[in-house]
Design a protein around this ligand. Structure first.
Ligand code: F6P
Length: 469
């Protein structure tokens, strides 16, 4: 039986004590690793004086975790530099924030090559290889150059922009050529799939054949939407049990009769946090009767703080927050509670369930799983309302949310008001339809659909040309 080899920048090695909730990709892969024996390969998260040439192996149950250290220059150029200062903003349509440097790009290619060199020694002929995210776009091309002919899939967790946007990034044509070395490329939405296919056609002269197949020379690849899901049952159950949690009880007591509005996002400019705070300010200015009646809780763990644009954002959020709380707050009421802590799923699920409104208004987002988690955590008899950016991938599926343009503060303010005043019947109807979709496309559906497609794809065994970077 073939093994599953997962490759991602971060690797979630389970805590041997069993404590600490697994997040994101770890949850997604849990069931996949029950079906396949496997390897999870990637960065150890550690910086060492010398880069690893061989991974450090940690065995946990059926999975072998293979961990590579990076040097501080690697981390600076590959992770902070090209991945997070050049690619991330472009992929999120923020051309003006993208900082390209040739040195960073060389570092990005160097780390991909060194990962490929180490991984190629571990891959067996029948293994299915599944690579994740924008840090590792050239990995398949590097593996092909080393003679690896296995089926290799790639999943892009963040948005894929239109050709006019991607084309502004130096080196983007090379990345496009490299991505065609994957047998199957998964993206979050139909819009992303269409954008990537158009990039391949316009920039490389590839031909879009029927459906998801794109042909370059005598080589075919497939580009397809696989909307990622969540562990719906796990989240529902966490929400049901959450009322016993101290933090949830304290929040409930502190609220009194006020209604709660919640936002949960990493501190990232793609999430639209200052814009959202200003929309809430607009709501309070336009609805003075609501002052003192609602509290907006924004939970925002800091992230990527070595990247200058993130430090700038942190200052911007603090200034916006201070200004709004200073100008609209009263002695017994703070309009916006802003916390930078990270909370476990059990607490987040409880806080979502307490909230009458879930504010998920990114400027651009691949999927945004918080939107799905908010819905899954609701009480079916009295659910809250999701206000969702139309630029989040989740908006393609969750059409019963109140869809908004996050750039339009008046529109978001109006949606907050509509959400707070929405009657119970309408809330139940909208929630029921969204919950149906979330259940049907949960995280195990996502992983198994992608892997089935990769394992049995239509172009298995077809001849291919070598297009390395
Ligand atoms: O959404 C893309 C992503 O890279 C996720 O895979 C990851 O969990 C998140 O952003 C956080 O990014 P980082 O690994 O840079 O902290």
């Amino acid at each position: 039986m073939s093994r599953l080899v997962v490759v991602s920048n971060r690797v979630a090695v389970p805590d041997p004590t069993g404590k600490g909730a697994a997040g994101g990709l770890a949850v997604a892969l849990r069931e996949a690793f029950e079906a396949y024996r496997g390897i999870w390969f990637g960065w150890s998260g550690k910086v060492a004086a010398q880069p690893s040439t061989q991974p450090k192996i940690v065995n946990r149950e059926r999975v072998q975790y293979a961990l590579m250290d990076l040097t501080s220059l690697d981390r600076q150029e590959y992770y902070n530099g090209f991945a997070n200062r050049a690619l991330w903003p472009i992929m999120h349509y923020r051309i003006g924030l993208s900082e390209f440097s040739r040195a960073d790009y060389a570092g990005y290619l160097r780390v991909n090559r060194s990962f490929a060199n180490a991984l190629a020694q571990m891959v067996q002929p029948d293994d299915l290889v599944w690579v994740h995210d924008y840090h590792l776009i050239p990995l398949a091309a590097e593996l092909r150059a080393l003679g690896i002919t296995n089926r290799i899939g790639y999943f892009h967790h963040i948005p894929w922009p239109a050709p006019e946007v991607l084309g502004t990034l130096p080196g983007s044509r090379e990345l496009l050529r490299a991505i065609t070395d994957y047998n199957l490329i998964g993206v979050q939405t139909e819009r992303d799939a269409d954008n990537l296919r158009r990039c391949l056609v316009q920039e490389l002269g590839a031909v879009h054949r029927k459906g998801d197949v794109v042909e370059l020379g005598n080589h075919q690849t497939r580009v397809k939407g696989f909307p990622i899901g969540i562990d719906v049952r796990g989240f529902e159950q966490a929400a049901l049990r959450s009322s016993s949690h101290r933090l949830v009880r304290q929040t409930t007591a502190g609220l009194g009769s006020r209604r709660l509005i919640i936002g949960v996002d990493r501190l990232d400019y793609s999430k639209g946090i200052p814009e959202r705070m200003e929309s809430f300010e607009r709501f309070l200015v336009g609805n003075p009767d609501q002052r003192g009646q609602v509290t907006y809780l924004q939970i925002t763990p800091t992230s990527r703080s070595e990247v200058p644009e993130y430090a700038t954002l942190s200052r911007e959020v603090n200034e916006t927050l201070g200004r709004i709380n200073g100008s609209l707050g009263e002695p017994g009421w703070v309009p916006i509670h802003y916390v930078n802590s990270t909370y476990p799923r059990s607490v987040l699920a409880g806080l979502h369930r307490l909230s009458r409104v879930g504010l998920v208004t990114p400027m651009r987002d691949g999927m945004n799983l918080v939107a799905k988690e908010y819905v899954a955590a609701q009480n079916p008899d009295d659910p809250g309302v999701l206000v969702l950016s139309k630029f989040a991938g989740a908006a393609e599926q969750l059409t019963d949310a109140l869809l908004v343009n996050p750039n339009d503060k008046f529109e978001v303010a109006e949606a907050i008001r509509d959400a707070l005043y929405m009657g119970r019947d309408e809330r139940i109807q909208r929630w029921t339809r969204m919950m149906g979709t979330i259940r049907q496309t949960d995280v195990s559906w996502w992983a198994s659909t992608f892997l089935k497609d990769l394992a049995g794809g239509k172009n298995a065994g077809r001849p291919r040309i070598q297009v390395g970077v």
